[in-house]
Design a protein around this ligand. Structure first.
Ligand code: APR
Length: 241
């Protein structure tokens, strides 16, 4: 399995990659659905739906403050670095990330689609004023000075659409890839979870890296590499170099 994955990566020029929360666990941000994760403690439909934010932003900010503490301190880990390294080795790598921590960009990757938005930008849903999270103390609820209403991080809440440009560009990169890698995602939140199905329908080989099997492992993935992505990506880069 591992040597077949190496061969596929070596022979590819265009690599599209879907990443999820599992790849940032080594950066100190627990994933959502594993025991102890954010959705283990906060019901996502109560705390991460856009209607919840509109109705009671202060309640939702109880969860967002926890996220802020984690994201503010995080640094890229070897999975982020390895994906940049693939670029340095001459591959065109397009990353579609469900993560809002900006760690791919901070690791230097050139083509990153932030499918679920980014954490550090803020939007007032009343007057559309924009701001930056870094303008506010870490433990505060950032408030729009015009409306006196809490800002919303520019992340995609449940019930909100994906930015159409990001969605279209992501589709385009999957269709134009030689292989599709799916790393550290439970592959169950749509529409991101439809990307492996689309890759499969275009007969793209799919390399999945995850600690555990997911709904795509036995149906769509060509190769499943079980383990921590930061360790497996290190082995991959060492072999390709
Ligand atoms: N290496 C590889 N995989 C890992 C690692 C690791 N070190 N640690 C955890 N995983 C795997 C878990 O086994 C799990 O399958 O990462 C996956 C994380 O899944 P989720 O917590 O569901 O995160 P994700 O798939 O990114 O969630 C998608 O759901 O709540 C929304 O918007 C949120 O973007 C998020 C989306």
């Amino acid at each position: 399995m591992f040597s077949k994955a190496i061969e596929l990566i070596k022979n590819s020029k265009n690599i599209a990659v879907l990443t999820g929360a599992g790849i940032s666990v080594a950066s100190g941000i627990p994933d959502f659905r594993s025991p102890g994760g954010l959705w283990d403690r906060f019901d996502p439909f109560e705390y991460a739906h856009i209607d919840s934010f509109t109705n009671d932003p202060y309640k939702v900010w109880k969860m967002l403050k926890e996220m802020n503490n984690l994201v503010a301190k995080a640094q890229p880990n070897y999975t982020h670095i390895a994906l940049k390294e693939l670029e340095n080795l001459g591959k065109k790598v397009t990353i579609i990330t469900q993560n809002i921590d900006s760690l791919h960009s901070r690791a230097g990757s050139s083509n990153v689609y932030e499918y679920h938005g980014v954490w550090d930008k803020l939007l007032c849903i009343k007057c559309n004023r924009r701001d930056n999270m870094t303008n506010f103390p870490l433990d505060s609820v950032p408030i729009c000075p015009i409306c006196n209403f809490p800002y919303k991080p520019e992340i995609v809440f449940f019930g909100e659409p994906i930015d159409p440009d990001i969605s279209n560009n992501s589709l385009y990169s999957v269709k134009n890839s030689d292989i599709f890698m799916v790393i550290g995602t439970s592959a169950q939140v749509y529409p991101a979870a439809s990307l492996p199905q689309i890759a499969h329908s275009y007969s793209k080989p799919i390399i999945e890296i995850n600690l555990e099997t997911t709904p795509i492992t036995h149906s769509l993935s060509t190769i499943y590499l079980k383990g921590k992505s930061e360790e497996i990506m290190k082995q991959i880069i060492d072999k390709i170099r």
